[in-house]
Write a protein that binds this ligand. Structure first.
Ligand code: RFL
Length: 394
């Protein structure tokens, strides 16, 4: 079989890309290691930047989202027992959308497979890439039901297989540079079966460590607790989690947290990486396969969508009009935003984690940054602009 594009991975990046290709009648095959049920339930992100939603909408991919997502216009920092609200929509005229990643993935897979008739194969095993530096690359995999090995010959391979996929490893070490940053901290990522305890995202900056509160839906809330990297989630029973959250998110006048059963509890070793360039031969990387940003500033899914829009448009231009300029500029065009978001995550990490670092110098500078955010409208506007991400349409 020969399809012009093989897309590895059915996350936000791969499915958006598949939809863009199908809308232009470009054939592609999406290969996904997990089952459809699994990817439609995998809980992760939930914060989408306005420009990203507009990008989905322009491509006919945001109907459900716009009906169901919540609009967020501000966030709240809590430190030294005080609450400080930052109305970023007032400062920038832009806002966030809150829509859980599994719902977006469900919408995208339905549109790709059930509406646009796209080819998607779930549960593939032992995926391998071949002849990437020729104009006839191929992808092979084992069909889980029959055990048979299949070869897909194509013109382009899109590596959208996330942080643990195989495509990044296929890049020859001498042709790419991987920049990596370890924060040296862990975050206990929690999902609670409880309604949100605030109408906005809350950041708790506390000497015991950072704590975060993020709405996901009227019934489910994401919380984060800073912890040592490699901590065992089993050392965080229900009582300990809620006691720490109450302590770290506590402030004068703050409503009590609405507690609930913890339905996800995992420790993230916080790190980032960036692969440069995001292409080799006929392989183009998109999303977490090319760059990871720890969930500090809620940027990962937004970057994955940005890559998918650019790669989709570039592949369509090349395959339907013979115009390869988009593909030539793809990596550089993506990396500008990637590095901008990396820098913001780094800045915000210092604010979140400085007071608990045990280093009085870092603690002092972190508090100075926080005070400046609420004393200087210019500093607040600069924060808001980066938190919402630059609008590529402006
Ligand atoms: P994904 O979503 O990981 O999808 C990759 C897909 O590839 C499959 N796969 C393979 N398929 C075929 N062959 C192979 N060999 C394969 N190996 C893997 C996987 O099963 C999977 O289905 O990558 P993509 O599309 O690049 O999307 C990236 C986003 O998922 C990620 O950046 C965000 O979830 C990050 N993130 C957040 N981003 C935001 O923008 N806002 C947030 O609020 C936010 N919160 C988060 C997050 C990530 C988190 N975790 C789990 C690290 C919160 C958390 C807790």
């Amino acid at each position: 079989l020969r399809s012009p594009v093989v897309v590895l991975g059915a996350g936000p990046a791969g499915l958006t890309l598949g939809n863009v290709l199908r809308a232009a009648s470009v054939d592609c095959v999406v290969l996904e290691a997990e089952s459809r049920e699994f990817i439609e339930r995998r809980p992760r992100a939930g914060v989408l930047e306005e420009w990203a939603v507009r990008g989905l909408q322009r491509r006919g991919l945001a109907a459900n989202l716009l009906e169901r997502a919540q609009r967020h216009t501000r966030c709240e920092f809590r430190f030294a027992q005080e609450r400080h609200r930052l109305s970023y929509a007032e400062l920038t005229g832009r806002h966030h959308w809150i829509y859980p990643q599994p719902l977006l993935v469900t919408d995208l897979v339905r549109e790709y497979a059930d509406v646009r008739g796209g080819d998607i194969r779930f549960g593939v095993r032992d995926v391998r890439l071949h002849d990437l530096d020729t104009d006839r690359p191929a992808v092979s995999y084992t069909d889980p039901r029959t055990g048979e090995r299949h070869f897909l010959h194509c013109e382009f391979v899109a590596g959208c297989d996330g942080a643990r996929g195989v495509t990044r490893a296929a890049l020859p070490a001498e042709r790419v540079r991987v920049a990596r940053h370890d924060y040296g901290i862990g975050w206990l990522a929690l999902l609670a079966e409880a309604p949100p305890s605030s109408d906005c995202v809350v950041f708790g900056i506390h000497p015991s460590g950072f704590a975060g509160h993020m709405a996901r839906s009227p019934e489910v809330t994401r919380y984060y607790l800073q912890c040592p990297p490699g901590d065992d989630p089993d050392d965080w029973p229900h009582e300990r989690v809620w006691a720490e959250l109450r302590e770290r998110l506590g402030a004068r006048g703050a409503p009590p947290l609405t507690e609930g059963r913890l339905i996800e509890k995992r420790v993230l070793d916080m790190h980032n990486y960036v692969v440069e360039p995001m292409a080799f031969g006929r392989l183009y990387l998109a999303g977490d396969a090319a760059h990871l940003t720890a969930p500090i500033a809620a940027k990962g899914m937004n970057l994955a969508l940005h890559d998918a829009f650019l790669l989709g448009d570039a592949l369509v231009a090349c395959l339907t009009r013979g115009d390869a300029s988009g593909l030539r500029g793809y990596s550089a065009d993506c990396l500008e935003r990637v590095w901008d978001y990396q820098e913001f995550s780094q800045w915000l990490s210092d604010v979140y984690h400085g007071t608990a670092s045990g280093d009085p110098y870092r603690a002092g500078t972190a508090l100075a940054r926080l005070r400046r955010l609420f004393a200087s409208p210019v500093a607040a506007s600069a924060f808001a602009e980066q938190y919402l991400g630059e609008d590529p349409g402006r």
